[in-house]
Unconditional design. Structure first.
Length: 273
């Protein structure tokens, strides 16, 4: 699984169109380059349809919403749907404001979304469940651990069935699920939450995996999540006493750049439920 999925990303000339937030746009571009694909960032409504037409897939991140880029998101997603190109939605901060929550819910209901990737609080918010999100972070009540994993897996599968999208919920344990099958992924370190944008980077990179592996979408998303988690472990183990979160961010990108199917196969920790 790992070898084929990786090679597809690196050899198919994947171009990812990102309508993403300005806090992490540079990191998203670099993580896409690190995995072997190419990024393009365009959110002006007069060009998003053209850019989507030449891109392999569309990554929508609602982290810094405004009236102009909301319109662009709907236009670009419509064009991607017309051309049968994958669309990933990252509902950053859904549940924190009505604008964020309603924008994400409208995108899901009015456009065909291939993957919805967020923390559990964000996913609960867009699915009309009570959410106590802490800004852009998940609430403590929305943790994923061994004690509640079965319940969280069932929830992810239910969301996938209702939205007809792959659901990727990231947390202490990551869950990637369609309505029948879920990958529970145990890679990653808690220190990744100390860096702004690891979730945004994951969404951007996942869109590249998705575009390169249209016939194995669930597996492609799972492999991307494993890659990011393992990269975090490798980067954390590289830190010296003088390094901080800025170095950690760069080391994660380095680890993705140097990731191979063999390294991932040896380091990936997951189960299927």
């Amino acid at each position: 699984m790992f070898k084929e999925i990786f090679e597809n990303v690196k050899t198919k000339g994947i171009l990812v169109h990102n309508i993403t937030n300005y806090v992490t746009v540079n990191d998203c571009a670099n993580i896409i380059l690190a995995i072997g694909a190419s990024p393009v960032m365009a959110d002006e409504k007069e060009e998003v349809c053209e850019i989507t037409s030449i891109a392999s897939a569309l990554n929508i991140n609602i982290g810094t919403l405004n009236k102009n880029n909301i319109e662009s998101m709907f236009l670009a997603a419509k064009k991607a749907n017309e051309l049968d190109k994958p669309v990933l939605l990252d509902p950053v901060g859904a549940g924190a404001s009505r604008l964020r929550t309603n924008t994400a819910k409208d995108l899901i209901s009015k456009r065909k979304i291939s993957v919805i990737r967020g923390n559990l609080s964000e996913i609960r918010a867009v699915m009309d469940f009570e959410s106590k999100t802490k800004g852009v972070d998940a609430a403590k009540e929305d943790s994923i651990n061994l004690d509640n994993l079965e319940e969280r897996v069932a929830f992810a599968k239910k969301c996938a069935k209702e939205t007809k999208a792959i659901i990727a919920i990231t947390g202490q344990i990551d869950i990637v699920a369609d309505d029948k099958k879920a990958y529970c992924i145990y890679n990653g370190v808690k220190e990744m939450s100390r860096i702004t944008g690891t979730g945004c980077q994951l969404s951007a990179m996942t869109t590249a995996f998705l575009a390169a592996n249209k016939d194995k979408q669930l597996e492609a998303v799972a492999v991307s999540v494993m890659t990011m988690g393992l990269a975090g472990e490798i980067a954390f183990n590289r830190l010296s006493d003088l390094d901080g979160n800025a170095s950690f961010r760069n080391y994660i990108i380095d680890a993705v750049y140097n990731m191979t199917p063999q390294i991932l196969e040896e380091g990936a920790r997951y189960e299927v439920r």
